[in-house]
Design a protein around this ligand. Structure first.
Ligand SMILES: [Zn+2]
Length: 215
């Protein structure tokens, strides 16, 4: 990857993200080469590094990240293509403050819940102690909304929906895409991982409640 990645903080971030991706793959949240990930570093705030398309996430390396401008232009000639969902990552970086890493996963719980709740177009989370793992939340009484967008292969259109939602709901930490998967992000790689663990734990709880109820 490339000259940009040779800076100390980029190298540090990519190693941290590779650890997180291996963790995600082991959890079964990144099956069959699906999912994509990105990060940026302080030295280059106008560049994001996005995972290339089609890589098995149990085998991903630092070479599998492609630097892009915030407009989505590749900074170096390469035969590898960035993930087709790079536009969604860019929409998140541009519409949120201080985001340094974006994780997109395909867990079973997120996929099923995105279908069950798609009629409402959102998932409401409230009453869970673990909500306090999300930045800015300090009580289980907080109500956290996760929007659900219809799946599409039209990435510019979906990126526009992400942007609109995030501009109107700046405290959002996660987005579901129906029958597809989940996006979350954070102010560091560790932060994004923490958010993913919070949401996945709560998705599992909600799914179990769907089956057994809470009475
Ligand atoms: Zn996906």
């Amino acid at each position: 990857m490339i000259s940009y990645i040779k800076t100390t903080s980029a190298a540090k971030n990519v190693l941290a993200l590779l650890d997180v991706i291996r963790f995600i793959h082991q959890k079964g949240w990144a099956p069959a080469t699906s999912t994509n990930f990105s990060f940026r570093v302080e030295e280059f705030p106008d560049i994001i590094f996005v995972s290339r398309s089609g890589v098995d996430k149990s085998l991903i390396t630092a070479e599998d990240f492609i630097p892009l401008t915030l407009e989505g232009k590749a900074l170096q000639e390469s035969l590898d293509l960035p993930s087709s969902e790079a536009l969604l990552h860019l929409a998140i970086y541009k519409s949120t403050q201080n985001t340094q890493a974006v994780l997109h996963t395909h867990s079973k719980a997120a996929t099923i819940l995105s279908i069950i709740f798609n009629k409402k177009k959102l998932l409401e989370l409230q009453g869970f102690e673990l909500l306090k793992g999300l930045n800015g939340i300090n009580t289980h009484h907080a109500q956290v909304t996760v929007p659900i967008f219809d799946n599409t292969q039209n990435m510019p259109e979906l990126a526009q929906k992400f942007t609109q939602w995030l501009e109107n709901h700046p405290s959002t930490w996660g987005i579901l895409i129906e029958g597809h998967g989940f996006y979350t992000w954070g102010n560091s790689v560790a932060d994004a991982k923490k958010h993913l663990e919070v949401f996945e734990f709560l998705f599992d709880c909600l799914l179990t409640l769907q089956v057994y109820g809470n009475s």
